[in-house]
Structure formats: structure tokens, C-alpha cells
Design a protein around this ligand. Structure first.
Ligand code: PRP
Length: 209
């Protein structure tokens, strides 16, 4: 059976890198390059429709089977979890989760419960649980680096790419939590139903990595 597959792409930085990879694989991605306000884009020379969504929503669409495939950061996968196949490390969007603290502070040198600000509370909880360390986690929606600067937290767990944001705010990364890059994910039922088509797509990408 031949039908069109649907892929959910994470909007923003990963979207551009995904398009670059797919174009190198010979897919005409011109509709995604000029998306306008349109949210579903049919690729003209390959049986694939692309939708653009926020990272956590990419996982939701793939889990529910309304998208067969997705491109999403490992950071989002670690935070949200879910039931799907993670089939390929796409090699772009490379960064890391790190624990960072204000310069000069002795993070481990106290018995009082430390407060950690993060956009990723589940990742943060798992990291400190593994250490057997009791911390208070405060969920922040963005610019997490601000929290220790204004005295809300003793440290942050956040995505570090170049390290420029930490440096500009006098924060020092003291421990790596996990490495991150973009992943190709597949709905579990689609993998069985459209095995050949999905394998063809995976191979196209894999051959370029
Ligand atoms: C991310 C992350 C850091 C910054 C890291 O934030 O949360 O703040 O990028 O990048 P760097 O190491 O290259 O400086 P983003 O730009 O996504 O914005 P946000 O903080 O508002 O979520």
C-alpha cells in the first residue's frame, strides 16, 4: 500500500537544519522554506507532508499517530518522554544540558536544600535523584539564567549551546547532565503499517549522516 507519510518538524532552529538535510537527500522542500501562515506542506517530489509544530507538540502528534514521523530535540524527548521509536540521531542541533551556578558559589558545600530553576523539571529531577540529592525545583519558562542572578535559585539546569548566555551572566557550568541533538522519531503503528516507505525515508537521511 502506498500513501503519503506525514512528518512533524520542530519549528525554528531545527526546522532549518531539517530542511537542509532533506534537501541534501533530494527532497524538494520549497513549500517549507516559504511557509507563510500555512501549517501543512506537501512536498512536490516525495510522498511526504510536513507539519510545523513546537517540540513537545511534535511528540504529541507522533504519539497519537496523526504524524508518522517527527524531528525533535533529545532535550524535549528527555523531558516529555512518550511512546514512539527513536530511530536516528540526526547529528544537528547539538548541545548539552548542564548544571550551572553563579561564579564563586560553593554549590555542593552546604547541607541546606538547594533550589534549581529549569525549563526542564523532569530532567532536573532525574539528575538529582540519581545523585540521591534532595533539591527544590522551580519551573521557569525562559531566560532561566535570570533566576540565580535575582536570588530565586542556587543554580540552573538548562540547554547550553555555545555557552555565551552563561558567560554573559557570570554563570559557570559545573556538571554535564546529558548531550542533546535532533532525533528522528516514528509512530509505533506507522512503523508496521508503512514499513517500506519509512525505511526508505530513514535510509535517505542515514546515508547523509
Ligand atoms: C536557550 C537556552 C539558553 C541559551 C543557550 O535559550 O535556554 O538560554 O539558548 O545558548 P548558548 O549556550 O549558545 O548561549 P533560548 O534562546 O531558546 O531562549 P529562552 O531562554 O527564552 O528559552
Amino acid at each position: 500500500m502506498s500513501s503519503r507519510l506525514r512528518i512533524a518538524l520542530t519549528k525554528g532552529r531545527l526546522q532549518d537544519k531539517s530542511v537542509e538535510l532533506f534537501e541534501r537527500a533530494g527532497l524538494d522542500c520549497s513549500p517549507i522554506r516559504n511557509p507563510g501562515r500555512r501549517l501543512i506542506h506537501a512536498l512536490p517530489n516525495y510522498p511526504l507532508d510536513a507539519v510545523l509544530a513546537k517540540g513537545p507538540d511534535v511528540i504529541t502528534y507522533v504519539e497519537h499517530g496523526v504524524c508518522d514521523l517527527g524531528v525533535v530535540g533529545k532535550d524535549t524527548i528527555l523531558e516529555k518522554g512518550g511512546s514512539f521509536y527513536e530511530v536516528l540521531d540526526l547529528g544537528f542541533g547539538k548541545c548539552r544540558f548542564a548544571l550551572a551556578v553563579p561564579r564563586g558559589s560553593d554549590f555542593y558545600g552546604t547541607y541546606k536544600t538547594r533550589r534549581i530553576a529549569s525549563k526542564y523539571p523532569a530532567v532536573t529531577r532525574a539528575f538529582f535523584e540519581k545523585k540521591g540529592m534532595d533539591v527544590e525545583i522551580i519551573k521557569i519558562e525562559g531566560s532561566v539564567e535570570l533566576a540565580p542572578l535575582v536570588g530565586l535559585a542556587d543554580g540552573i539546569v538548562d540547554v547550553v549551546e555555545t555557552g555565551a548566555t552563561l558567560k554573559a551572566n557570570d554563570l559557570i557550568p559545573i556538571e554535564d547532565v546529558a548531550t542533546i541533538s535532533a532525533r528522528l522519531i516514528v509512530n509505533t503503528a506507522s512503523m508496521k503499517l508503512y514499513k517500506e516507505q519509512i525505511f526508505d525515508f530513514i535510509q535517505k537521511c542515514e546515508g547523509l549522516l
